[in-house]
Design a protein around this ligand. Sequence first.
Ligand code: CU
Length: 447
Amino acid sequence: MQTRVIRRALQVTVLGGVFMVLLAVNAGAMIQGITGTSFNLTATTGHISTPDSGSYLIWGYANGAGLAQYPGPTIIVNEGDQVQVKLTNSLTVAGAGPAPNVSIVFPGQHVVVSPTDPGIPGILANEAAPGGTVTYQFTAAKPGTYTYYSGTDSALQVEMGLIGAMIVRPASGANYAYNHPDTQFDRETLFLLSEMDPRIHQVVETFGPDAVAATGYLANYFPVLWFINGRAAPDTMADNGVPWLPNQPYNCMPMMNPGDRLLMRVIGGGRDMHPFHFHGNHARVIARDGRLLESTPGAGPDLSHELFTIQSQPGSTVDAIFGWTGQGLGWDIYGSPAEGPEYVHECMDMDNDDFDDMTHEYCPDHYKPFPVTLPGSLELTFGGFYSGSPFLGLVQSLPPGEGGMNPNGGYTYMWHSHTEKEMVNYDIFPGGMMTMLIIEAPGVMIH
Ligand SMILES: [Cu+2]
């Protein structure tokens, strides 16, 4: 029955393609964050949890009086905005020493401090003393993907969690990464990559930050936890804002329909490099550090290039556009007539670009049969994501207790750090810097 419903949905979508175009950009397709031009961030303490049942003290930026977040609130502004960020230092620490000063650096921005709230001069940025404030001001002059983090004792404070993302949306509109048509996207996902050495957090929690230096842990750094947007897999795949992760509100599970352009905003948020690897297709890198890869201003990303692994470097950002249609597989991902008489349709390619105008099906593979014969279900071992069928959007019967994590019959691709020791939670595989891309069939709504 479910098979029939989903196939019907696909056929309706083919006929109702104009409707799909209208829905090409929806609110759920955009990265969550805080918007406006004036922000109040508070540096404060909290705890994060990891899927191996760990709980670790963090220092995080909070939105106003909210909870410490790892990473901090994603600041989303528009090109040309006069931005003001007031930082309040509410850190408290164990041990005899005072709480440290904190600050924010905004790489890529020309920052000044407010004359009425300049804070205290520091090495990289003016700082907020314990209980005090500092207000930073800058013009968001250039669109792109940026990071922000503590410029005070960064080796310790970034490790403790004082790191976040900032997005400057271009004048061209919210569904452009930069001011050029080739940077248009349908969906975007943040990948802020980081790691932690829990020993440091335990020393800070028990004895205070002044006790860290004597341990040598910052010099002999040994992370055993790895995160995307502050979560370790499988938490990466839980929804935004789930109640059991109050200090880790941002998920990371890209979802798309065939033909969508998915903008990947990748940020090196820790102190190690991470080769972030994606399955399913290459991605086209269009910008680095908030600058379009163009040969001359206005040329567009003519120096862009395709990669299957993004070498993410600490403090750096990369924008890439990922697409998927099933082109090149050599068989019809939607099934051939032999697989079911309900699924007889045309591949409508009015503009002769080889793709169906509405579903983005690759027409040269239309009706080509699935190339192998699958063993019977009693001969197979299933993963939780197998829908019972090799065809996109098709859910078929599975043995009792099998499957269930893929209710729409999407295709799922693991995206992960290619430093594969980083796909664990404190030595337990799988976990860590890993998530899934989900391709849902045309017509399956993605929220
Ligand atoms: Cu892999």
